[in-house]
Design a protein around this ligand. Structure first.
Ligand SMILES: *Cc1c(COP(=O)(O)O)cnc(C)c1O
Length: 460
């Protein structure tokens, strides 16, 4: 017997997709051509792709069967009613509007409820949520608890909103300037940390008292529910479905990217109770996404989504899913590799500035780590640090760096086996032994906004 309880896949393989191992010399060439930016690398040249967990899930045999059974009628398709019934059964809201992905749901919502100068609080806004709010002239405000920014602070629910900050925020700004309050579960931009039921209820109570609508950014609702079940008192015997229902009952609606916890490769939706608002959203949906019974998706997409959003509630799936990510974190932590603790739901985050203390921030240690990991092992990850977030101070001309310098290892759902995960851990442990040899980089070409997608660099 192995001396570790590796999580075991609660499924067997029916279809395979070959992946390619490349040589180090080949990867060196690929990196040079890509301007040392892993976003510019063809996916075929990647052995293990941990760039994102979004839209990268493997579908089940039942979902693929659903793809064949999708009803492609323009209006009133059978697949829409399957989708609507599945979502209502979990979320409980009256109106369900399909969209082509999560950011479309956000865009339609904010275009309708937000006026210039309005403020939207959240635990931590995800990038697309922030961008959609700022694009409408609003302000996206993060009110997460202080511990969320400390990678060593213990805590079962480091995604929790600071409810005192929220109370004060509503007092100071007044409800007229706050169209709604959001809560992101799990907190993607804060280490994938969960939000407790107690916190959800506290936020719900504050919103009801203030007469403010409360919306979830629900992308990883099932992973969040699993953390509540396993960590919060009184939920151990409850089903994931009933915990999710209890979460959603506290709020008035949700935006969702189905590319996460609906186990599909594309799709999203808006769900809400307010009849008047739903009518307005529907009108905008028709103009920009499509008729309300398909909203920018094919019937087959809705069918796969309806099945996936039920499958994600399966506890043996979630136990494996969360266990696989945790196991990767434990393997690294036990080898002394600095990571954000505790491990979140969908990803492990390396603390790149501690992994590579000899590389100053202006030589981008996080970015250097993504390059080294690809060069040594063909693994693709993403920097969430200085290249992504540094801002130039207009007065001094100097770059100002974000609090954390992270590299995210996002694990796609049902895609990689435990052997793949052990390969990733071993590669990182080897790299950690040789970390002094890793060098920083300098930027040779960059765009003004979202530069990480297209930036080109050179090793120093
Ligand atoms: C992915 C994501 C979104 C946006 O969804 P897309 O489908 O990528 O448009 C919004 N919020 C969170 C928390 C996400 O993880």
């Amino acid at each position: 017997m192995a001396d570790r309880n590796y999580p075991i896949e609660p499924y067997r393989i029916k279809v395979v997709e070959p992946i390619q191992r490349t040589t180090k010399a080949e990867r060196e060439r690929v990196l040079k051509e890509a301007g040392y930016n892993v976003f510019n690398i063809a996916a075929e040249k990647v052995f293990i792709d941990l760039l994102t967990d979004s839209g990268t899930s493997a579908m089940s045999d039942r979902q693929w069967a659903g793809i064949m059974r999708g009803d492609e009628s323009y209006a009133g398709a059978r697949s829409f009613f399957h989708f609507e019934q599945a979502v209502k059964g979990i979320f409980g809201y009256k109106h369900i509007l399909p969209t082509h992905q999560g950011r479309a749901a956000e865009r339609i919502l904010f275009e309708t409820v937000l006026r210039e100068g309005d403020k939207i609080p959240n635990n931590i806004h995800f990038d697309t949520t922030r961008a959609n709010i700022e694009y409408r002239g609003g302000e996206a405000v993060n009110l997460v608890n202080d511990g969320a920014y400390d990678p060593e602070a213990p805590g079962d629910f480091k995604g929790d909103m600071d409810v005192e900050k929220l109370r004060r925020f509503i007092e100071v700004n007044g409800r007229e300037r706050i169209p709604l309050v959001m809560l992101t579960v799990t907190n993607n931009s804060g280490g994938g940390q969960p939000v407790s039921m107690a916190n959800i209820k506290a936020v719900g109570r504050i919103c009801r008292e203030a007469g403010l609508p409360f919306f979830f950014d629900a992308c990883r609702f099932a992973e969040n529910a699993y953390f509540i079940k396993t960590r919060e008192k009184g939920y151990a015997e409850r089903s994931i479905r009933s915990i999710a229902q209890e979460m959603f009952a506290e709020a008035d609606g949700a935006t969702m990217s189905s590319k996460k916890d609906a186990l599909v490769n594309i799709g999203g939706f808006l769900a809400l109770n307010d009849e008047v608002l739903a009518e307005k959203l529907k009108n905008l949906l028709i103009i920009t996404e499509g008729f309300p019974t398909y909203g920018g998706l094919a019937g087959r997409d809705l069918e796969a989504l309806a099945i996936g959003i039920e499958e994600v509630l399966d506890e043996s799936y979630l136990e494996y899913r969360i266990g696989q990510v945790r196991c990767l974190g434990e393997l690294l932590d036990e080898a002394g590799i600095p990571i954000y603790m505790p491990v979140g739901g969908h990803a492990v985050y390396l603390l790149a500035d501690r992994f590579l203390p000899h590389i100053p921030r202006n030589q981008y240690p996080g970015w250097a780590l993504t390059v080294a990991l690809y060069r040594e092992a063909g693994i693709r990850t993403v920097e969430i640090g200085s290249v992504m977030f540094a801002r130039r101070n207009e007065e001094t001309g100097e770059e100002e760096f974000p609090e954390l310098e992270l590299v995210r290892l996002a694990v796609p759902r049902r895609v990689y086996s435990m052997s793949h995960i052990r390969y990733v851990a071993d590669a990182l442990i080897d790299l950690y032994q040789e970390r002094e040899r890793i060098r920083g980089l300098k930027i040779i070409k960059q765009a003004k906004h979202l530069r990480h997608f297209t930036v080109r660099l050179e090793p120093l």
